[in-house]
Ligand binder design. Structure first.
Ligand SMILES: *[C@@H]1O[C@H](CO)[C@@H](O)[C@H](O)[C@H]1NC(C)=O
Ligand SMILES: *[C@@H]1O[C@H](CO)[C@@H](O)[C@H](O)[C@H]1NC(C)=O
Ligand SMILES: *[C@@H]1O[C@H](CO)[C@@H](O)[C@H](O)[C@H]1NC(C)=O
Ligand SMILES: *[C@@H]1O[C@H](CO)[C@@H](O)[C@H](O)[C@H]1NC(C)=O
Length: 338
């Protein structure tokens, strides 16, 4: 009887201790990430809901990190966001006509002269002077525009030896091709086609990002506003990491589509290798900017558009050569006009 009594007390004490620890962690989190939920507004409903989302995430992160994985998770600014809110950070839809746009795959083009390309052991454009700073799409499903623009900025800069920052907002507002729907998703190759048709991509400074779809304000005759023109674009052979390395070496960063699942939001370091993302529909457009090897595991350096305070300064390392999260299914490159 006595033993039972002591055990019950112990369980209660542990439960209370667990709860107060959780509350302390939540408080610390709110401070660190400047979350100002007001406990007096709404009867504290919002605060309670956010805390629960955070604690669910906390449990997942702890469980993952205690295991034997090649990557680590950690809390970040997204830890208290609901699934619905997280979905707004994505935005890639496939073109409706073909599931795999094979018709655009080069029949000759770069494949003919690939023998001239030497594939290095690693390549990393993260600090290249032609790569603009990591951007933030915010709560707008415009990843498709961002994944179209970064490779174009890079290509233009390679030609002119001058860094250029281009406008995603132009695509969000003006590209009304059936697949491209402002903050509701789109497709990078269709965006390049649009830029080809309208005469170019405006400079970011002259057509800044608002994270909302507005009335189109692009004027193709205002030549001074154009920061780059699309000369050509194409897909790289699907599911062939070697072909991607050749294209990266030759053209610069590649637009890719990936499948984002829960763990991706909390990625913090190591080579990402979650089996949960394999074989599902792609839902996010990002950009591959290099490759390397970490602890004998091959990876791609992948640039996201959720700001620098996500992942490794805005980047994630994803396992290479295994089509992780479909990263090797739709790689594409763009070439800017000189
Ligand atoms: C919370 O809301 C109340 C009522 O609107 C306000 O008086 C108070 O200053 C707010 N507190 C914080 C920390 O924002
Ligand atoms: C787990 O860790 C051990 C020791 O570090 C390692 O030998 C093993 O391959 C790992 N297993 C998995 C599944 O990663
Ligand atoms: C980029 O430059 C920074 C600052 O010089 C350095 O700390 C970092 O290691 C570099 N990253 C890569 C991938 O070269
Ligand atoms: C991938 O591309 C490389 C280089 O072009 C080629 O040698 C290889 O045969 C390709 N692999 C497959 C499976 O098609």
């Amino acid at each position: 009887m006595k033993v039972l009594f002591v055990s019950v007390i112990l369980v209660i004490v542990i439960a209370i201790k667990g709860q107060s620890e959780a509350t302390a962690e939540w408080k610390e989190y709110k401070t660190k990430h400047s979350k100002n939920y007001n406990e007096t507004v709404d009867g504290g409903k919002q605060e309670k809901m956010r805390k629960q989302v955070f604690l669910n995430k906390e449990a997942k992160i702890k469980k993952h990190n205690s295991g034997n994985s090649t990557y680590k998770l950690a809390h970040n600014k997204l830890s208290d966001r609901t699934e619905e809110e997280l979905n707004q950070l994505l935005g890639t839809v496939l073109p409706p006509l073909t599931s795999k746009p094979r018709s655009l795959i080069s029949k000759s083009g770069h494949r003919n002269d690939r023998k001239a390309i030497r594939i290095a052991a690693s390549l990393d454009y993260r600090n290249h002077s032609c790569l603009a700073a990591v951007k933030n799409q915010r709560s707008c499903g415009s990843c498709w525009a961002f994944s179209a623009i970064a490779p174009l900025e890079f290509s233009k800069c390679l030609k002119t030896k001058r860094a250029v920052v281009l406008s995603e907002q132009q695509l969000v507002d003006c590209d009304t091709a059936s697949t491209n729907m402002g903050c509701n998703g789109g497709w990078y190759a269709v965006a390049w086609k649009h830029l080809q048709q309208v005469g170019g991509s405006a400079k970011e400074a002259l057509y800044p990002y608002t994270a909302k779809k507005n009335t189109c304000n692009f004027c193709s005759k205002c030549a001074c506003k154009i920061g780059a023109k699309v000369s050509s674009f194409d897909y790289v052979e699907a599911e062939n990491a070697t072909e991607m390395q050749i294209a990266l070496t030759k053209y610069g960063p590649l637009a890719v589509a990936i499948t984002v699942v829960g763990s991706f939001y909390s990625y913090s370091s190591g080579v990402y290798d979650d089996p949960a993302c394999d074989g599902k529909d792609v839902n996010h457009g990002v950009v591959v900017v290099g490759w390397g090897v970490l602890n004998s595991i091959n990876y791609w350096v992948v640039r996201n558009t959720w700001g620098t305070n996500w992942g490794i300064g805005g980047y994630i390392l994803m396992k290479r050569g295994v089509n992780k999260c479909s990263v090797e299914t739709y790689p594409a490159y763009v070439v800017a006009a000189a």
